[in-house]
Structure formats: structure tokens, C-alpha cells
Design a protein. Structure first.
Ligand SMILES: [Fe+2]
Ligand SMILES: [Fe+2]
Length: 302
């Protein structure tokens, strides 16, 4: 992402924190997320401010003038890559890869929404945060749909994963808390690093369609602001032992995630993403995104 002003500095996301700090940070995050996303519209898995923002984009649509994507190649490869990625142009690879990341997200949040406590029954701050967080993720799916329409991929639908993979997602809530919390955090970390790389790829691959590139980037930045906040929020679940587990999970988890996405090898430098994940301290993101997001108090340098 393009640095647009002097860097803000933060501590490592793996820095130490006390239980009291984390308790206070959950309270702070809930205040932030309500102001940022708006009220929860539970039957629609939506949030009032996010809905208004999406309607702003939808009522001022930007559509690419020329086909930015080899449509047939996209639809042939977006679920499982059937061709040799070396024979497919970079723009099409970008969108099959984005689809796969977003689809995993959709599958994960659909399972988690079923398992999480409705707001009316929520008793704790963490229950309320979880419900808001998931609604925000559903908003991202709608933002991705708008991105696909921007590049003339109008037929994209979210296809469930194979029964075996779905079983894995349903098992997730039964894994011991320390491991799910660590994995939940590492998932969010992978997300923000992927979005940072995606931002750079927009310049490399969509340079000849500036309007479409700008619109896709606006949508991407809205998602990234939320996802940077999720990194801190999921970090806040982790005490001393769990944060060390999480750091060890970065490399195996990142590599396992992209193993089934062969086009990722042409788009992403996974070794670099692992290094960036283990050294994550919010650097490399535009200041205007960092100023809008939420960062735990123990990662801020005062
Ligand atoms: Fe997300
Ligand atoms: Fe997220």
C-alpha cells in the first residue's frame, strides 16, 4: 500500500499485554465497532453504517469499459484451478485468487454465525463483539461482490466448499480455546497481508483502467480498515502462551492456506508474507487507514 504521509509507529502485534489491559481493550473495541459499523441488523447480517456506505458505491457504479478479465478462464478456474496458471493472464489470476480468499471467508463466517449467540441473548462484551464482527465480515462479502461487478464478473456466486472441508469448518468451534483463538488471530493476519499485496497488484495489473482500479481500491480499503481492527481484536484474546503459539502458527498456516491456490504462487511471495506476519507492527499501511482503524492500547506507542 502506498505510504501517503509520515509513518505512524506501533509495537509488534506479538508484544506482551496483561489480562487487565485486554479486558479494557475489549470494552474499547466494542465502543469502536459500534461507532464504526453502526447498529447490527441481525436478520440481514448487516450493519447500518456499512449498509449506507455500500449503497453509496452501488448508486454510483463504476464498470470497466473493456473486459479486464478473461471471463471464460475465470469461471473455469475460480473454484478449482484447472488450467496451467502460467498460461493465464495476471488479471484473471488476481480475481480467481481473490474469489478463493473471499469464499473461504464466506464459508467460515456462515458456520460461525450459526454457532454464535444472537445479540438479544448476548451476556458478555465478547459475545457482542463476536456478533458485530461476523456481521462486518458479511458486509465484506457484499463489498467483494461489488468489486467483481466493477470488473464485469457479474455471475459470481458463493459456492460451498466440499463436504470434507465443510466438516473441518464445523469442527473449528470444538477445538480447544487456546488453539482456536490463535488460529482466529492468524487468519485475520493472513487477511490483512493478502489485502496489502492485492493493493500493490492493482497498480501492476489494472494500470490501464484507472477508474475501475480506483473503485476496487476504495472497496478494498473499506475492508482493510475493518480487517486491521480485527487483527487487534483477535490479538486481544491471546495471553502470553497463546500469543507464542500464534507466532509459531504463522508459517504453517499461511503455507497450508495457499497450498490449494496454485495461482497464488504467481501473485504472492508467501515467504515474504510469513516474514511480514511474524514481524507485523502495522507498518506498510497508509496512514489514513491506520487513523480510521482500531489498534490495541498495548501496541500503540504513546
Ligand atoms: Fe474479512
Ligand atoms: Fe476479519
Amino acid at each position: 500500500m502506498v505510504e501517503d504521509s509520515p509513518r505512524l509507529r506501533f509495537r509488534s502485534i506479538f508484544t506482551d499485554s496483561t489480562p487487565d489491559e485486554r479486558r479494557q481493550n475489549f470494552e474499547d473495541y466494542l465502543v469502536f465497532t459500534r461507532a464504526h459499523g453502526g447498529e447490527l441488523l441481525e436478520p440481514d447480517k448487516d450493519l447500518t453504517r456499512k449498509r449506507a456506505q455500500l449503497s453509496h458505491f452501488r448508486t454510483r457504479p463504476v464498470r470497466s469499459r473493456r473486459s479486464l478479465v478473461d471471463q471464460a478462464a475465470f469461471y473455469r478456474n475460480h473454484l478449482v484451478f484447472r488450467d496451467d496458471p502460467a498460461t493465464i493472464d495476471g488479471r484473471t489470476l488476481l480475481w480467481t485468487c481473490v474469489y478463493k480468499f473471499a469464499r473461504h471467508e464466506w464459508v467460515g463466517i456462515t458456520a460461525a454465525w450459526e454457532a454464535s449467540t444472537p445479540l438479544a441473548n448476548a451476556k458478555t462484551t465478547v459475545d457482542r463483539i463476536s456478533r458485530h464482527h461476523l456481521a462486518e465480515e458479511f458486509c465484506h462479502i457484499r463489498y467483494f461482490e461489488e468489486m467483481f461487478r466493477t470488473v464485469a464478473l457479474d455471475e459470481v456466486i458463493w459456492v460451498p466448499l466440499s463436504p470434507f472441508q465443510q466438516r473441518l469448518y464445523r469442527l473449528f468451534p470444538r477445538i480447544p480455546g487456546v488453539l482456536t483463538d490463535s488460529l482466529g488471530f492468524v487468519t485475520e493476519l493472513l487477511g490483512v497481508l493478502f489485502y496489502r499485496r492485492m493493493d500493490a497488484l492493482l497498480d501492476e495489473l489494472l494500470g490501464d483502467e484507472p477508474e475501475a482500479r480506483t473503485r476496487v481500491r476504495e472497496l478494498l480499503y473499506e475492508i482493510t480498515v475493518d480487517e486491521l481492527a480485527h487483527v487487534g481484536q483477535r490479538r486481544n484474546f491471546l495471553g502470553g502462551a497463546a500469543i507464542r503459539i500464534a507466532r509459531r502458527l504463522v508459517a504453517p498456516f499461511f503455507r497450508a492456506f495457499v497450498r490449494d491456490i496454485p495461482e497464488s504462487r504467481r501473485l504472492l511471495d508467501i515467504d515474504q508474507m510469513v516474514r511480514d506476519g511474524r514481524a507485523f507492527d502495522y507498518s506498510g499501511y497508509p496512514r489514513r487507514l491506520l487513523e480510521r482503524t482500531w489498534i490495541p492500547s498495548y501496541c500503540r506507542v504513546t
